[in-house]
Ligand binder design. Sequence first.
Ligand code: GLN
Length: 444
Amino acid sequence: AHLARLEAVDPQVRAFLHVDAESARRTARIQDGWTPAERRQRPLAGVPVAIKDNIVTGEMPTTAGSKILSNFRAPYEATVVRLLKEAGAIVIGKTNLDEFAMGSSTEHSAFFPTKNPWDLTRVPGGSSGGSAAAVAARLVPVALGSDTGGSIRQPAAYTGIVGLKPTYGTVSRYGLIAFASSLDQIGPLTRSVADAQYVFDVIHRHDPQDATSVAAYTPVTRDASKPLTIGVPEEYFSEGLDPRVADRVRNALAVLEEHGARLVTISLPHSPYAISAYYLIAPAEASSNLARYDGVRYGYRAEAKDLVSLYETTRDEGFGPEVKRRILLGTHALSTGYYDAYYLQAQKVRTLIREDFQKAFQSVDVIVTPTTPDLPFKLGERQADPLAMYLGDIYTVPANLAGIPGLSLPAGQVDGLPVGLQLLAPWFGEAVLFEAAGWVESLM
Ligand code: GLN
């Protein structure tokens, strides 16, 4: 049924870069032969899933939305993909994204833009726009995305679904094509909070293949018989927030209060600097991670007369404009004479942002904010203005800088377009996040 719907709908939405219907049907037929006992051991038996195309899969191509990897097939499989398959999930294809996950609209894909299923003239958000659109258009119930500065939560908000960025280190990054390694995290995009929890339960495992994977930790819990204490950061309701989004979020907060939540105004004083810090740290790490695309080891290779021009021409022809912009920004921020002024300062701000959250979570269970300051914008609207695109990440990047988990869930609509509510929890507080988000979802 999902494949039939995909065939009918995806030509308009264009969520997928690659679909393998044949192998999906084959796996489904094998699973048809499973006994009820075999099925029970696999919590995702028969569930079709889509994978963002910066996560490597054994049998399918992996492009990261880039021309430089347009002919790339990985010789191994990401840990998350293996875990999903072991749980019985059926991978049906790879979804579109901004090149190397750099962007907020999926328009930076080297192949084509994905459209928002709610309004085909608008963007689905990004960079996991293909995964979000696939779930929102009911082509799959579950998709994986990656979130470096909001790339799961922002497209979830723009397409009216649920998106989870887990605590840094809880989900293996082995097989995720690195953008900014200290910020990148894989997570699910789903229709409901319960579904996100199912998938998280399957993919959060310690993985010795990922050096930053956390081996053991004590999950944060709370006494669920007590009313939920929600922190509302004043800095997140200021200039730059679309008044229609602000209204919707304030209405949602009022409903939560009416149903027994305790709202507390809090301050996250360094959040206004998060965008500046993020757009130094992420490009700095990216410039280093992307050095490996040299036309020699794998991927696209340009014609060239000698080695240096092979590197230069391959990278010039293989990378799109946004990726080049990030490499230039990142190498500049790391260069002698500028390192202290930019990169080091950004790292200090990052510490202050982390401390803001540490302090806030001493007195609240979760923090609630808008996921985005705006509504899904028109295709093409921000393509000529990279800074306008960057500013849209204002509410999502702090969680990545701090490493805390964040979840976006639908909070109704404005002018026929979905609005997202973001819930943030302390490090390893996924249980609290799911409990709170499930409750909020039931009231929206
Ligand atoms: N929009 C942000 C960026 O362009 C975040 C991307 C992401 O989370 N992968 O960097």
